[in-house]
Design a binder for this molecule. Structure first.
Ligand SMILES: Nc1ncnc2c1ncn2[C@@H]1O[C@H](COP(=O)(O)OP(=O)(O)OP(=O)(O)O)[C@@H](O)[C@H]1O
Length: 571
C-alpha cells in the first residue's frame, strides 16, 4: 500500500520503477515511487463472455441449468442473509416475512416470475419492504447497494396493480384529438437514463405474463418511439424527470391516475438539482396527493435534505434501514492507495497489468470499472488504456445516448472488460461480473463513493474497490476513514492521520449541506442529459463546468402548475 510523501511506512519498500519514458519536471522528482499491492482475489472467477440477454423469452433454461442457478443464488442470498439488522420505525408496521411464498402475491404469475429470476430467498430489505409495500403503506427505505431494492418496490406495485386494475377510474388511454394521453397507475422516477432503462427491464421481468404493461421514457432517445409505446397502453411508467415533464407538457401523459409512486435514488435526484422538477411532477401536475396514492422512496444513502422531501411526499410512512444508513457492504474489500495525481496513469496501468499477470481478473473474464472526475478525463484515460493494451470503453454525459448504451453493452458482455466512467455510472447500475471498482479520481462526497464501489459486491457476491487518494482528496479523508472502519476494512495509518488533520470537514454522509451546489460531476452526468434544464438557483454552480445553455420553459418557475400546457420539444 502506498503512502503520502510525508508518511513513513514499511510497506513503501519494494517499489516499482517509474517507466523511463515518463518525463518528470525537476520539482516533482522527489515524489514517492509507486508500489502496487494486489490483494488476493476476493471474487469468484466469472465465466465470460457473458450472456446479457434479459428477457425471459430468451432465458428459457433447462431444468439442470435452473437447478445450478438456484443453488448459486442460495449461496448468494446466504451471504446476504441473515444480513444486517433491518431497523423499522413507524406505526402499525406490517410484519416481515422470511420467504417469497409468505408474501401472498395476488397471482401465481408473480411467484413464477420470482422463480424465473432465480431468487430463492428474499434479501433482508425485501423481507421487510415487500410486506410494507403490499400493505399499501408509504415507505422510505434505505439499504446497501446491490441488496435488491428494485424488486422491493416493483413487486408491491405490480401486485397492487393486479389487485386494483379493474377498479381503475380512468382506464387505459384517454384521448386528445388524434394523439392519446396515457394514464399510468404507477410512476417510477429514476435519476439517469441508464438506471431508468434497467428498472424498466427488471419491471418487465417481474411482470412477465401478468398483463401489466411497463413503459420507459427518458431523454436522449427518440421520443416518437416512446410515444408509440405509451399509446399501446401503460400501467407502470418508468421515467427520468426531464422527459416526463416534457411528456406531461405535451399532454401525452397524465398523472391523475397515479396510485403508486416510487422514487429510486431519490437523494441523487436532489443533488442533481432536480428538486424543483420533482416537486412539480409530484405536487403540481395533477398527481393525487399523499394519502390518495402510495409513495415509496428508496436509496442506499439518505442525506439530510431528503427528510424534508419525505415529509412533503409521504403520509404516515414507515422507515426501514437495512444496516447502517449510508454504509457500504462488507462484501467489498476496500483498499486506499496514496497516489499523486501525476502518477495515477502509470499506477493504474501497473495495477491492471498485475491483475492480468496474476490472473486475478483475466482479460475478458472479469470487469473493471474505473471512475474519473471529468468527461474529458474519461475519454483521455480510455485512449491511454487502449494504447497500453487494455481494451477499454468510456461512458459520460457528453456521449450521445446510443454511444452510452453501446459502451455499457460492450462492458456488460465482457467484450471490453474495462469501463472508464464518470458518475453517470455510479448509481443503481447492476452489471454482473464487475469484480473491481477503481476510484482513479475520488468523488468529493462519501455517499458517491459508497454508490460507486457498490457497482461491485452485489447480491451476495464479493468485490474489490481500490481508491487512488491524493492531496486534493484531503477533505474526504475523515468520512472515508470512518466509512472504512465501520465496514471493518483495513484503514491505512496515513489515512487516519489525514482524517485527524482534516477535522474541519466532519460531515460523514451528507456532504453538500442543505441544497448546496452539486459537485461538478453531477453536472457532468446528470443535470443536463435529460433536458437542458438547469434550475437557476444552481446554475451559477455549474457555470465553470461547461454548462449547456439554460432554457427551461417559463412554466417551470411557477409552483402552481395548471396553466396552459405548451409542448417544448426538448428532451
Ligand atoms: N432475492 C434475491 N435473490 C438473489 N438475487 C437477487 C434478489 N433480489 C435481487 N437480486 C439481484 O441482486 C442484484 C442487485 O439488485 P438491485 O439492482 O435491485 O440492487 P439495489 O439495492 O437497487 O442496488 P443499488 O443501490 O446499487 O441500486 C440484481 O442482479 C438482482 O437481480
Amino acid at each position: 500500500m502506498s503512502s503520502p510523501p510525508w508518511f513513513s511506512h514499511s510497506s513503501s519498500a519494494g517499489s516499482t520503477r517509474r517507466p523511463r519514458s515518463t518525463y518528470l519536471p525537476p520539482h516533482l522528482r522527489t515524489q514517492p515511487k509507486i508500489t502496487v499491492t494486489i490483494p488476493p482475489p476476493p471474487y469468484p472467477k466469472p465465466a465470460g463472455p457473458f450472456d446479457i440477454s434479459e428477457k425471459f423469452d430468451e432465458l428459457e433454461v433447462t431444468e439442470e441449468e435452473e437447478e445450478e442457478a438456484l443453488e448459486e443464488n442460495i449461496i448468494k442470498t446466504k451471504k446476504v442473509g441473515p444480513g444486517p439488522e433491518v431497523e423499522a420505525s413507524g406505526v402499525d408496521i406490517p410484519p416481515a416475512v422470511t420467504s417469497f411464498d409468505e408474501m401472498g402475491f395476488a397471482t401465481k404469475a408473480l411467484g413464477d416470475n420470482v422463480r424465473r429470476c432465480k431468487y430463492v430467498n428474499p434479501t433482508p430489505i425485501q423481507k421487510y419492504a415487500i410486506p410494507v409495500g403490499m400493505a399499501g403503506r408509504d415507505l422510505m427505505a434505505c439499504a446497501q447497494t446491490g441488496s435488491g431494492k428494485t424488486a422491493a418496490f416493483c413487486f408491491p406495485i405490480i401486485n397492487s396493480i393486479l389487485l386494483h386494475k379493474n377498479n381503475n377510474t380512468i382506464t387505459g388511454i384517454g384521448s386528445r384529438g388524434s394523439s392519446a394521453t396515457a394514464f399510468p397507475m404507477a410512476l417510477i422516477l429514476a435519476p439517469t437514463r441508464e438506471l431508468a432503462s434497467q428498472i424498466h427491464e427488471e419491471a418487465k421481468k417481474f411482470s412477465y405474463q401478468t398483463g401489466v404493461k411497463v413503459v420507459v421514457a427518458y431523454g436522449g432517445a427518440p421520443i416518437v418511439l416512446q410515444l408509440q409505446n405509451l399509446e399501446k397502453g401503460v400501467d407502470i411508467l418508468v421515467a427520468t424527470p426531464g422527459r416526463l415533464v416534457d411528456l406531461i407538457e405535451r399532454r401525452r401523459v397524465s398523472l391523475r391516475n397515479v396510485k403508486y409512486l416510487a422514487l429510486d435514488e431519490a437523494d441523487r435526484m436532489l443533488d442533481m438539482g432536480f428538486e424543483r422538477q420533482i416537486r412539480m411532477i409530484v405536487q403540481q401536475m395533477h398527481m393525487p396527493p399523499p394519502g390518495s396514492r402510495q409513495t415509496m422512496l428508496f436509496s442506499a444513502t439518505f442525506p439530510d435534505q431528503i427528510q424534508r422531501l419525505a415529509s412533503d411526499f409521504l403520509s404516515n410512512f414507515i422507515f426501514l434501514a437495512a444496516g447502517k444508513v449510508g454504509s457500504s457492504t462488507d462484501l467489498i474489500v476496500q483498499k486506499v492507495e496514496f497516489v499523486a495525481d501525476m502518477d495515477k496513469r502509470d499506477y493504474l496501468v501497473n495495477l491492471l497489468r498485475s491483475q492480468r499477470t496474476n490472473n486475478t481478473t483475466p482479460q475478458n473474464n472479469a470487469l473493471t470499472l474505473v471512475f474519473v472526475e471529468t468527461k474529458r478525463g474519461a475519454d483521455s484515460l480510455e485512449r491511454w488504456l487502449c494504447s497500453k493494451g487494455f481494451p477499454s470503453t468510456a461512458i459520460h454525459g457528453d456521449k450521445i445516448q446510443m454511444e452510452r448504451e453501446r459502451a455499457l453493452k460492450l462492458f456488460r458482455s465482457g467484450r471490453t472488460p474495462i469501463l472508464v466512467a464518470t458518475d453517470v455510472a455510479a448509481r443503481g447500475l447492476d452489471i454482473p461480473h464487475v469484480a473491481h471498482v477503481i476510484n482513479y479520481d475520488l468523488p468529493r462526497a462519501v455517499d458517491d463513493y459508497v454508490h460507486r464501489i457498490g457497482r461491485t459486491g452485489r447480491a451476495g457476491k464479493s468485490g474489490l474497490a481500490t481508491a487512488f487518494f491524493s492531496d486534493k482528496n484531503a477533505p474526504l479523508a475523515k468520512p472515508l476513514a470512518q466509512l472504512m472502519h465501520q465496514a471493518n476494512q483495513e484503514v491505512p495509518l496515513w489515512l487516519d492521520q489525514y482524517a485527524n488533520n482534516n477535522n474541519s470537514n466532519t460531515s460523514s454522509q451528507s456532504h453538500y449541506g442543505k441544497y448546496a451546489a452539486p459537485d461538478y460531476s453531477y453536472n457532468d452526468n446528470y443535470a443536463l442529459p435529460d433536458s437542458s434544464y438547469v434550475d437557476p438557483t444552481y446554475a451559477s454552480s455549474y457555470a465553470p463546468y461547461d454548462v449547456a445553455p439554460y432554457d427551461a420553459p417559463a412554466a417551470y418557475y411557477g409552483y402552481n402548475y395548471d396553466g396552459p400546457i405548451t409542448a417544448t420539444g426538448w428532451d
